[in-house]
Design a binder for this molecule. Structure first.
Ligand code: HEM
Length: 446
């Protein structure tokens, strides 16, 4: 039970809060907030007062139409997070962010990213060569390894593969703390000189060294090697200015962090759901047979791999890798009839909104068909926002969707994945929505 504390706000009782309950069962807590208190709930998040918003119209206001009134939330100010991604696209604000977004945008243009499709398929095929019929593996671990290799290659290109591997290994060390249950606490308390923090700082220093070395080499050669870094290096503002080494480093780090775990999770949850929904799996196989007829997929096949794309969308609906998005009000404003004072934290949760029965029939069921155009068109705009929305919408959304569809179809062509045992997968809402202890699946060669 969620405990209502004090009624407040123009519309009456909506104040509740219990930090212990939040820490013990975060997803359950936010779900109960919506069920018991409605669309606007005043509570505490990360030890500070916060509004939770559950209605698509209110979310649209915060992320899109009224986005001028908000900046990123308090959690983004954590020195730990800053040390890692600096003032990159995810964390920066105002004119600086606008300029960086303008400079980075062309790197994500479809013409450019479709060239990465080949890498995505080739790396997946290579990983599959080591998969054995009957073997059991942790899909999360496998998908992380794969998407990490893909992002390193698409960011840095082939010529730096040794160094890129080193970045990959150091990054692996860094993202470990994200996986711990104590993530939020770790982020907030990270000034304490614990061995974990020592390892973290050493790994960031190592990555800085490698990334700066790659940037220097690339500047010296002036070569366009077709990767994201080349695009960022070449990007020029109208006044002719380019990014400094420090800015490049921050953007590279940001793209690395933002660009692989979320996609790995989308795939992990898609396998988990497919393993439990044989009908959907059958339809996927039929589509692969019809479109590919036994060959590997390519970017040109994407428009016809529609069912596969619906699977990806439906997986992100039920298990959104970004399970919540936060903001801080920079001036007084009003949302849904409630006064939001300057400085207030606001949180919206894909986890709750994308399972709301007001917008979805049988919201808990895995039904890829619901993404048929005529059905999807009836959804309120922000009833589905796995990539956020408004000006700060994910810059990598088509990159990620393309990657998820290509990887999923490449694997499904060669293997079926079955649940390895009946253990219930436990959710770990860390920085992203992870499976605690992995998702163990058994491979069946097709
Ligand atoms: C399924 C995969 C992905 C999901 C679910 C996802 C989710 C999100 C969300 C929800 C946001 C908005 C955060 C906010 O408004 O506070 C975001 C922003 C961002 N994402 Fe993604 N993302 C994914 C893949 C990627 C990839 C592949 C890249 C890059 C290669 C990427 C790079 C970024 C960047 C740079 C931002 C900040 C954009 C800005 O503020 O201008 N993401 N992502």
């Amino acid at each position: 039970m969620v405990t209502a504390v004090v009624p407040q706000g123009p519309k009456g009782g909506r104040v509740m809060g219990n930090m212990r309950e939040f820490n013990r069962d975060t997803l359950g807590f936010v779900g109960r907030c919506a069920r018991e208190f409605g669309d606007v709930v005043l509570t505490r998040f990360l030890y500070v007062p916060a509004y939770f918003l559950f209605h698509p119209e209110h979310i649209e206001y915060v992320l899109a139409s009224g986005s001028k009134n908000f900046i990123k939330p308090i959690s983004f100010k954590s020195p730990f997070f800053r040390r890692l991604v600096g003032n990159g696209l995810v964390t920066s604000e105002g004119d600086f962010w606008r300029r960086q977004r303008r400079l980075a945008q062309p790197a994500f243009h479809r013409d450019r990213t479709s060239a990465y499709g080949e890498t995505m398929v080739a790396f997946t095929e290579r990983a599959l060569d080591s998969w054995r019929d009957g073997e059991t593996l942790d899909a999360h671990e496998e998908m992380m390894r794969l998407t990490q290799a893909i992002v390193v290659k698409t960011l840095f290109g082939a010529d730096v593969s040794d160094e890129a591997d080193r970045v990959g290994r150091a990054m692996h060390l860094i993202v470990r703390p994200f996986a711990s249950q104590a993530t939020l606490k770790w982020i907030l308390d990270n000034r304490l000189p614990t061995p974990g923090h020592f390892r973290f700082n050493r790994a960031v220093r190592e990555i800085d060294r490698v990334v700066y070395h790659i940037i220097a080499g690339r500047r010296a050669s002036g070569e366009d090697t077709g990767d994201l870094l080349s695009m960022l290096l070449r990007a020029q503002d109208e006044d002719g200015t380019q990014m400094t080494d420090r800015q490049l480093r921050d953007e590279v780090m940001t793209l690395f962090i933002a660009g692989h775990e979320t996609t790995a999770l989308t795939l992990t949850w898609a396998w988990y759901l497919l393993a439990q929904n044989p009908e959907a799996e059958k339809k996927l196989h039929a589509e692969l047979e019809e479109v590919l007829g036994g060959r590997a997929p390519s970017v040109d096949d994407l428009p016809r791999l529609r069912y596969c794309e619906w699977i990806v969308k439906e997986s992100m609906r039920l298990y959104p890798p970004a399970w919540g998005v936060g903001r801080e009000a920079v001036r007084d404003c009003e949302v849904g009839g409630y006064r939001i004072p300057e400085g207030m934290q606001i949180f919206t949760f894909q986890w709750v909104v994308q399972r709301d029965a007001r917008w979805y029939d049988e919201p808990e069921s895995f039904r890829p068909e619901r993404w048929r155009e005529e059905v999807a068109a009836r959804l309120p705009k922000f009833a589905y926002f796995p990539f956020g929305g408004g000006p700060r919408q994910c810059i990598g959304n088509s990159f990620a969707t393309m990657e998820a569809v290509l990887v999923l179809s490449t694997i499904a062509r060669r293997f079926r994945l079955r649940l390895a045992d009946s253990h219930a997968v436990e959710l770990l809402p860390a920085m992203s929505l992870r499976p605690k202890g992995g998702v163990w699946l058994k491979l069946e060669r097709r």
